[in-house]
Structures are given as structure tokens and as C-alpha cells.
Design a binder for this molecule. Structure first.
Ligand SMILES: [Mn+2]
Length: 433
């Protein structure tokens, strides 16, 4: 059984979280040969956290990267010898399984690894002062002082380099100060790869760290395609629908499986969140039908449930601008120009004047921190279906087609979608610069 991680984009929104959880449930039902685990690759923003809590949906565990690690190749500490054992015990283990190094323990505490090299070195020194009688030594006569060790979380490549540099046959592996296993040269012959399924994104810049070292086995997405070149053939389901959760629900239908009540509610949450209660222009008839079917299974009404979800949103005045911007922030690299677009929802824009300045300076801070050329924040009033755009100063900013409210603030009535409406406009501006 292999483990396959299902991962949404960085700064996950509800669609990323819910599609990962919903798809993992489906895959575990249709492919019991493998274990599918929904994870998230970065921290969640306050709004997502609060919404998950309110709706009693548990967040997938955090997984910072998919770099192969020392812990993925290390040998478990099953074989061991006691420091007080005679050398003949080492010889017996060695002739049974030929380990190139064996961990030595003093009771429960780890001393060091003793390798075949250590034994040979000792034997040569014995021969040098051989005076006719050999006393069988104890292991402790041979074991060195505890030397270099690796950490379980070290990258495979770092562990391999450290072992090669050490001139030793093997190195112990520690985790939180405790011996947990050890590696020998043969552990590093092949680099293991994590198996991943990407949901709700396909671009490396938006994905988990270390993606370039992983096997991408599937992609389920509703965004533009700008995916990494893959080594293996893969299953891709990319459809221009309003939400990845809709695609996941369609995959349930194609497999003839009815999601359970809780999964249905999770998928519904993702759909209503991404389509702003089916009002965003990204919404298709498939999203509408799927949302109503899922609402029926979970025993709620689409409109009521959507209102309940969005009524929990706190106004921007009282929130921390940096965390609002970065909690749903997407980075794009278009012909070498780096831009970032944050998006947030509000239930009214009446207090924009009060907080706009604070958010503009936070946007500039995010731009500098990320080494970007241009950052913007789209604030959407989900009730009135109306957005405003805050923008850092950018040389081609005047090409924006939106009406200017004041410096770096633009009015976007009817604009609800970052992907379908704002992004093409920003790309258009970039092409003018
Ligand atoms: Mn989405």
C-alpha cells in the first residue's frame, strides 16, 4: 500500500481544503489498495479557520513539503547490540544479515554505530601488538565516541552528502534528541518520491514545496493550465467549472458513489465558497445542479447555508491587513513579471474609506517581502456582487480599465471572479507595460 497525498494550493481557501478532503474520501472508497491522505501545504487564514470551526469541518493536517527525507530511507533500530556483549555477538549478527553498521546500546541509551570498518581497524591494531593470546573483547572496547548524526527531517540529498563526507559506513538518525534509526550507504542508492494528487491548482509556484521531486499522479483543477512537466503519465481532470469541489462531486457520480452526508456538506461548502453562493460569473449549470444535489444529501438549503457561511465574515476594519492579504493570495509569473493577487470577501463595502490606507501599505509590504513587481487586493461584497481593487503603485497601472475611486483604488461593479475577470485584465495591463 502506498501513501498518496492530496494537496490543494498554498494559502488554502475553502475549495482547496474541501476538495482535498472530499476527493480523499472518494479515492479511499474506490482504491483500497492505497492510502489517500488529504493534507494542506501552508497555514490557513483566519477566515478559513473560523469557517471550518463554525461548520465543524476538521482541517487536513499540515505537511510543509514533499522533499524525500532521511526518515523515508532510514533503517529501523531493530538490530542492536549491547555495549557489554562480546564481539562474537556482533559477528553472529553480521554473518546472519551483513549489515554494514550496527547500533550499539548501553541499556536503553544509544552509544554509537559500530561498522565493519571499526572491527577491522581494531583487529589490525590487535595484530600489531599480538603477543600470543587473544582475549575476546567486548563491543565497548571498539565503539567510538558518539559522533555526527542526521535528523529524521533532513532532506535525502543532505543526508546522502553528510554520510559521504563523514567517511563512515553509516550514521545514526535522531528525532527530537532521540535515536530513531540509522542509515547506511545502501539507503541512498535510490531517491524515494512522494506520490501526490494536486487539487484546485496546477502551478508549481502555488504548490507544496518540493513538488519537483514528487510523482504527480493526478490533477483535479478548474484553473488555467501552467503545470510542471511530469515524468509519469497521469490522470488530469481540468474543467472550466466554478469550483474544484464540483469536479470532485462529478467524479463521485462517474464512479456511481453517493457521498455521505458530511462529505456532501464539505463539497457544498467548497462550491458555495468559490462561486460566492453561485453568484460569481464562474458559476456554471453543473455547479448549480451539483450544489443542489449536495444540499439535498446534506439536508440543508443552498441559499440558507450559503448565507450562514458568509455571515461569519468579519469586517476588514478590525482585521489584520497582512493576514487578510496573504490568506488567499496567488502568485503569478507572466513573462518574468511577478504579480500577486489577494482576494477577500465582505458583506458590505461601506467602510472602505476607513481601512483602505492600511491595506494599501500592507500590500506594498507583501510586494517587497515576495520580491514582486505588482500586488493587488480584490475586495468583494458578496451580497451586492460588487468589488473594489486596491493596487500597489505600478508603472502600467493607468492601463486598468476600471474606474478610479482614488489613488490606487478602483471600482469593479459586477466583478466577482479573480480568475475569470480580474486576472485577464491584469495580464492585459502587463502586456501594455
Ligand atoms: Mn477553486
Amino acid at each position: 500500500m502506498s501513501k498518496i497525498y492530496i494537496i490543494g494550493h498554498r494559502n488554502p481557501d475553502m475549495d482547496s481544503i474541501c476538495s482535498a478532503v472530499g476527493y480523499a474520501n472518494l479515492k479511499n472508497l474506490i482504491d483500497p489498495e492505497n492510502e489517500y491522505i488529504a493534507v494542506r501545504c501552508s497555514h490557513m487564514g483566519d477566515t478559513v479557520k473560523k469557517l471550518l470551526t463554525t461548520l465543524s469541518i476538521s482541517a487536513p493536517p499540515y505537511m510543509p513539503n514533499v522533499y524525500p527525507k532521511v526518515s523515508d530511507v532510514m533503517l529501523p533500530p531493530d538490530i542492536r547490540v549491547d555495549a557489554d556483549a562480546p564481539l562474537t555477538e556482533y559477528a553472529a549478527i553480521y554473518s546472519a544479515s551483513n549489515p554494514s553498521a550496527i547500533p550499539v546500546f548501553e541499556g536503553d541509551s544509544y552509544c554509537n554505530l559500530v561498522s565493519v570498518d571499526d572491527i577491522v581497524t581494531w583487529a589490525i591494531s590487535m595484530l600489531t601488538d599480538y603477543h600470543g593470546n587473544i582475549k575476546i573483547p567486548r563491543i565497548r572496547d571498539i565503539v567510538h565516541e558518539n559522533d555526527t548524526h542526521l535528523n529524521a527531517e533532513d532532506k535525502f540529498t543532505e543526508g546522502k552528502a553528510a554520510l559521504a563526507a563523514s567517511q563512515r559506513r553509516g550514521l545514526p538518525v535522531f528525532s527530537e534528541g532521540k535515536f530513531v534509526g540509522y542509515v547506511t550507504r545502501s539507503c541512498f542508492l535510490d531517491m524515494p518520491r512522494y506520490n501526490v494528487i494536486l487539487v484546485d491548482h496546477n502551478e508549481q509556484s502555488q504548490s507544496i514545496k518540493g513538488l519537483e521531486t514528487a510523482n504527480i499522479i493526478e490533477m483535479i483543477d478548474h484553473h488555467r493550465l501552467n503545470a510542471l512537466k511530469t515524468d509519469l503519465s497521469l490522470f488530469i481532470d481540468a474543467e472550466p467549472l466554478g469550483s474544484t469541489c464540483t469536479i470532485v462531486y462529478q467524479l463521485y457520480l462517474r464512479n456511481g458513489i453517493r457521498p455521505d452526508r458530511q462529505t456532501a456538506r464539505i463539497l457544498l461548502t467548497g462550491i458555495l465558497s468559490d462561486t460566492l453562493i453561485l453568484k460569481s460569473p464562474t458559476t456554471t449549470s453543473v455547479d448549480v445542479e451539483s450544489a443542489h444535489s449536495l444540499a439535498a444529501i446534506s439536508g440543508v438549503k443552498v441559499e440558507d447555508y450559503g448565507q450562514q457561511m458568509f455571515s461569519n465574515i468579519e469586517g476588514l476594519k478590525s482585521r489584520d491587513p497582512l493576514s487578510v492579504i496573504t490568506s488567499d493570495f496567488k502568485a503569478y509569473n507572466e513573462q518574468g513579471i511577478k504579480i500577486g493577487i489577494g482576494q477577500c470577501e465582505v458583506t458590505s463595502l461601506h467602510d472602505l474609506d476607513i481601512y483602505a490606507e492600511k491595506y494599501l501599505s500592507a500590500l506594498e509590504e507583501v510586494r517587497v517581502q515576495n520580491g514582486m513587481d505588482w500586488t493587488t487586493l480584490m475586495i468583494t461584497d458578496v451580497i451586492k456582487e460588487h468589488s473594489v481593487l486596491l493596487s500597489t503603485s505600478y508603472n502600467a497601472e493607468h492601463h486598468l480599465q476600471y474606474a478610479k475611486i482614488s489613488d490606487h483604488i478602483y471600482d469593479m461593479p459586477g466583478v466577482m471572479s479573480r480568475k475569470k475577470q480580474l486576472l485577464p485584465e491584469l495580464f492585459h495591463v502587463l502586456s501594455q507595460s
